[in-house]
Design a protein around this ligand. Structure first.
Ligand code: SF4
Ligand code: SF4
Length: 207
């Protein structure tokens, strides 16, 4: 990218759960140094709105502003496109334009060592694919899980799953007694797949 000089801007998934991803941090720093604008997406790590009441695991409360400030404090980031699903989130996002310094509450949120593990954000690295004997498209399933469980956008989850070839989709998991895929970034793949199977049929997902 840098050598060819072909791109002016890159859209990059970037959030607090990636704070120890040195490869990514170096890549965006290098790109920025060479004049490429970095637009951060997925800044809120999928967010939390209304976890499905049928599921036992509640997502932790996120500090919308702490997550967005953390992204924007990185000098390599040109701008961010945090998603919003309601006016409250919109107001919180706009509030950071008045200053990126953390409040005491935001500092405590970011200092909580459990947060990253609880968020279980799939970084779409794809490394878990090789663990699966059926070569299921686990990153796409994890993305669908985020849309269904965190965005509460079941239609988007359905479309994501429908784009995966059936032999590598959600239904391909059916024969496994236990999931042998393990995540390099603390995502509980087996639980998320089980939740997808539990939730999506209830929302008339045919994927
Ligand atoms: S449950 Fe089985 S088929 Fe599904 S992702 Fe895990 S290892 Fe692969
Ligand atoms: S589940 Fe984990 S290993 Fe698999 S793509 Fe996502 S972050 Fe990577």
């Amino acid at each position: 990218m840098t050598r060819l000089g072909a791109h002016d801007v890159a859209l990059v998934g970037f959030n607090y759960t990636m704070s120890e991803n040195k490869e990514l941090l170096d890549a965006i720093a290098q790109a920025s140094k060479h004049g490429i604008g970095i637009v951060a997406m997925k800044t809120q790590a999928g967010g939390t709105i209304k976890p499905d009441p049928k599921l036992p695991k509640a997502l932790p409360p996120f500090s919308q502003t702490a997550l967005l400030k953390w992204v924007l404090q990185n000098p390599a980031i040109t701008t961010a496109i945090p998603g919003v699903t309601n006016f409250d989130q919109l107001e919180q996002n706009f509030s950071v334009t008045s200053g990126l310094a953390y409040t005491p509450d935001e500092k405590s949120f970011l200092a909580d060592k459990e947060i990253k593990a609880q968020v279980e954000f799939c970084q779409q690295c794809g490394q878990c694919r090789a663990d699966c004997p059926k070569r299921v498209e686990i990153p796409e399933l994890m993305r669908a899980h985020m849309y269904a469980l965190q965005y509460a956008n079941y239609e988007h989850a359905y479309r994501t799953l429908a784009a995966v070839p059936p032999a590598a989709g959600l239904q391909a998991c059916a024969g496994c007694a236990t999931c042998s895929a393990s995540c390099r970034h603390a995502v509980n793949i087996a639980r998320k797949i089980a939740e997808l199977k539990q939730i999506l049929p209830a929302h008339e997902c045919r994927a």
